[in-house]
Design a protein around this ligand. Structure first.
Ligand code: PLP
Length: 409
């Protein structure tokens, strides 16, 4: 298990006050995680002592920057057990990683009559790119529905997957329900009809051990900023032969082998997909985040979140009029989105903020999910390695205050 009090000292922001005299309680890690000192220090060290562009220089600083940038790639490779560092493509975030596959693979492969499959619980990042591609190619976009408990309706899979399906793109963990989906089962179902499988792991890689070879997925996308790393960098994992077969997503410097005025050839993987000066400090920060999480142990991270989310689901259930979306704690990652009869989620978030408690309110970039549930918005508390039961107790106390303010008692 994690020593949470010790972990908390790694995150300088946790000792600030949200308002004068009101300590911060950060329950918004699903939107973005806080950063431990080691990550901030690694990025500072880069800018202070070896800031330089990568790959193009033969001077010492450039070599050091290149080493930092490429070492981080190998750390990510080991973290998700990818077969090789060539399978790890730096992007800006999960969204860009999914768009890379959409534009480079799907746009060039799909035609009318083909089908793309997603689920009804996706984040917009795993919906909108496929809508754009379906408009461009004439392929049909279909979705797997979810049941009232926020789990996928697996019984519907056989009628949705067929030899027309070319790609099944789904989230490993819902950012609203918190549902942990059966990734390997879904990947196998896609492969059984000859489709590729793309996993949106934005809410999985930061929170549990992830092994892309065990999942056997063809593509996987995630963001550094949700896993203790900086904003501005994300990862696309892709199987080598697939990435090899795909045309570049963007053109420019660093992604070429030779450029002529009429025609150019491409650099080897993964550089073929990394046009222009990349996010170097951010890659180095991501490498430090991977080291940090590896040091904590992803089994421990997951166990702590399971413990906290169990505690939270039980404690929140005592608040009259409160409904938590999603499945029971055993199938749920560290997310609890809820409604409270008589109080709008935005008002809830604003009142909780007065108590120093940061939660998110709205549709969390999952409008279809909310529409299907018949609600416009939810309030969402999300947990991470530093969350304590005392913080959850304060959330519950804050919600009782919301009820008093709105005279719901
Ligand atoms: N997918 C899921 C499940 C998410 O929760 C998020 C962010 O909240 C994203 C994709 C998009 O991540 P980013 O904004 O870092 O691209």
């Amino acid at each position: 298990m994690l020593n949470v009090q010790e972990v908390r000292t790694d995150f300088p922001i946790l000792s600030i006050e949200a308002h004068p005299g009101v300590p911060l309680i950060y329950l918004d890690s699903a939107a973005t995680s806080q950063k431990p000192s080691v990550v901030v220090d690694a990025m500072n060290a880069f800018y202070r002592s070896y800031n330089s562009n990568v790959h193009r220089g033969i001077h010492r600083l450039s070599e050091d920057a290149t080493t930092g940038y490429e070492t981080a790639r190998r750390k990510v490779q080991a973290f998700i057990n990818a077969e090789s560092a060539e399978s790890i493509v730096y992007t800006r975030n999960t969204t860009e990683a999914i768009n890379l596959v959409a534009y480079s693979w799907a746009r060039t492969q799909l035609q009318p009559g083909d089908e793309l499959l997603i689920t009804a619980m996706e984040h917009h990042a795993n919906i909108v790119p496929w809508q754009l591609i379906s408009d461009m190619t004439g392929a049909t976009l279909r979705h797997v529905p979810f049941r009232s408990d926020g789990t996928l309706d697996m019984a519907k899979l056989p009628e949705l997957l067929s030899d027309k399906t070319k790609l099944f793109a789904f989230t490993a963990v819902s950012n609203v329900f918190g549902t942990i989906n059966p990734v390997r089962e879904l990947v196998d179902a896609a492969h059984a009809v000859g489709a590729l499988a793309l996993v949106d792991a934005a809410q999985a890689v930061p929170h549990m051990p992830v092994d892309v070879q065990a999942w056997d997925c063809d593509f996987m996308a995630f963001s550094a900023h949700k896993m203790c790393g900086p904003t501005g960098i994300g990862i696309l994992y892709g199987k080598g032969e697939l990435l090899e077969s795909m045309p570049p997503f963007m053109g420019g410097g660093d992604m070429i082998r030779r450029v002529g005025l009429d025609k150019s050839t491409w650099a080897d993987l993964p550089h073929k997909f990394e046009a222009g000066t990349p996010a170097i400090a951010e890659a180095i920060g991501l490498g430090a985040a991977v080291d940090y999480l590896t040091g904590l142990g992803m089994e421990n991270v997951h166990a702590h979140e399971q413990f906290i989310v169990n505690y939270a689901v039980e404690a929140l259930s005592d608040v009259p009029g409160l409904t938590i979306l999603g499945p029971g704690a055993s199938q749920r990652a560290g997310v609890a989105a809820f409604t409270l009869n008589g109080a709008h989620p935005h008002d809830i978030a604003q009142l909780l903020d007065e108590d120093g408690i940061a939660v998110r309110a709205g549709h969390h970039c999952a409008m279809p999910l909310h529409q299907i549930c018949g609600i416009n918005a939810t309030a969402r508390a999300s947990f991470y390695v530093h969350t304590t039961t005392e913080e959850v107790d304060k959330l519950v106390a804050g919600l009782h205050r919301v009820r008093r303010v709105f005279r719901l008692e």
